[in-house]
Write a protein that binds this ligand. Structure first.
Ligand SMILES: Cc1ncc(COP(=O)(O)O)c(C=O)c1O
Length: 409
């Protein structure tokens, strides 16, 4: 079957009227809606097999198998070398904090780390605090204010032989700008630095390929791509056993389990498997899961590019609007996420008025603090963020524009 947004939408309960209004979810970058089939899988696991790993009874065996299957699904989603490279955790932030501890253990005073102003602060503060503990120095690469992407020239100036790691996002959760990760990895390799990629905003829109990018680490979050609250990280094979994670003594010291503290959310893992199946559903029935994902994502990308174009064309009808980020000529290097300001109307007012009409958008800085500070927008309330997913439609964009005309014109 070929993807259409309507065929996707009927798989969600959330699009039914809420509080008497048909909701329009333009808040995807904050978290996507969840298909009913994902929710059902989670309920089924909890109600039938709720258990723990490694026991000599059926529900525990089901749980152990589930964990193995979830790793294989994540391996395919990220194109990792093996399922052993996948670490699960509660969310991207927790995983990044704990991995940053293990990664920074051998840093010494005077070592350097580079973070970026484009990043969500989960991929900034973790490294700032790890560096502080080791006496290392943190540099922050600036945003290119023209297109609200990464200022690569500035990044290049900051990297040198003392650089231990570059922490960078694959896509801005605020302006939607993509970052050329291969170029960052090439720069890092020239200086023997590691690369830690935040793919949280990238993953719902494009298929991650850790082997093509040759990254050392990459983290993302299933609740941004139609799954439950669950984080996952890829660890390159060369780091899996050389890093020494902070862990509880009797917990396993083998494989990815070394980095997984405490008991995992098995219900979330079962939901995650189903979310990957949901994502892959437009790629035929017979092919392996990665091939099905590739076929499906091509269709999401085509639809999302159409959403981008339609939005960028229609937003011009709004007087006094500023779009921070890439325009019509650069749709291929952005996600359908837009940061907006309106002359004379505060971001919070716009978000509130749209919310009253059932149009869900966020306002503020979304933890992309460096970006919002550099743009000088922090004190005045940040931006309005409108973010589309493959389940959004051209009609929802038209409704949004009509409402914006009433609110701000
Ligand atoms: C780009 C980006 N990175 C990281 C995070 C943090 O992810 P989590 O909520 O899984 O910790 C978010 C959350 O909004 C995000 O948008």
């Amino acid at each position: 079957m070929h993807f259409t947004p309507d065929l996707a939408r009927i798989q969600f309960a959330a699009f039914e009227p809420q509080n008497g209004i048909k909701p329009s979810f333009l808040d995807g970058p904050g978290g996507s809606q969840v298909p009913v089939r994902v929710v059902e899988k989670m309920g089924h696991y909890l109600s039938h097999y709720n258990s723990n790993l490694g026991g000599h009874f059926y529900s525990s065996m089901v749980t152990t198998e589930l964990m193995t299957k979830a790793r294989t699904y994540a391996q395919n989603l990220l194109n990792a070398e093996s399922s052993d490279q996948i670490v699960f955790g509660p969310n991207m932030t927790s995983l990044t904090f704990s991995l940053s501890r293990a990664i920074s253990r051998d840093w010494v005073e005077g070592d350097e780390v580079v973070v970026t102003a484009l990043d969500h602060y989960s991929n900034v503060s973790s490294w700032q605090q790890a560096a502080e503990d080791r006496g290392a120095i943190v540099h922050q690469a600036r945003v290119d204010e023209e297109d609200c992407g990464l200022d690569f020239d500035h990044l290049e100036q900051l990297v040198n032989e003392k650089t231990k790691l570059i922490a960078v996002t694959a896509a801005s959760n605020t302006t939607g700008s993509l970052v050329d990760i291969s170029k960052v990895v090439e720069l890092a390799k020239r200086h023997n630095a590691l690369v830690y990629v935040d793919a949280v905003h990238f993953a719902p829109h494009h298929l991650v390929d850790v082997q093509a990018w040759e990254v050392d680490f990459l983290a993302c979050s299933a609740y941004k791509f139609f799954g439950p609250h669950l984080g996952m990280a890829y660890v390159h094979p060369k780091h899996l056993h050389t890093l020494k994670p902070y862990k509880v003594e009797p917990a396993t010291n083998d494989g990815p389990g070394r980095f997984e503290t405490g008991t995992q959310s098995f219900e979330a893992l079962s939901g995650f498997i189903e979310a990957v199946e949901y994502l892959a559903q437009w790629g035929g029935k017979e092919s392996p899961i990665r091939a099905r994902l590739e076929q499906s994502f091509k269709q999401y990308e085509a639809h999302e590019a159409a959403l981008c174009r339609h939005f960028l064309q229609r937003i011009e009808e709004i007087r006094g609007v500023k779009v921070y980020g890439r325009g019509l000529e650069n749709v291929a290097t952005r996600t359908p996420t837009f940061a907006l300001r309106f002359d004379g109307t505060a971001p919070e007012t716009v978000a509130k008025r749209l919310g009253e009409k059932g149009i869900c958008v966020w306002n503020g800085h979304f933890y992309a603090l460096g970006l919002i500070k550099q743009l000088g927008l922090l004190e005045s309330g940040g931006v309005v963020r409108v973010g589309f997913m493959h389940y959004n439609t051209l009609e929802e964009i038209d409704d949004l524009i009509e409402q914006l005309k009433i609110i701000v014109n």
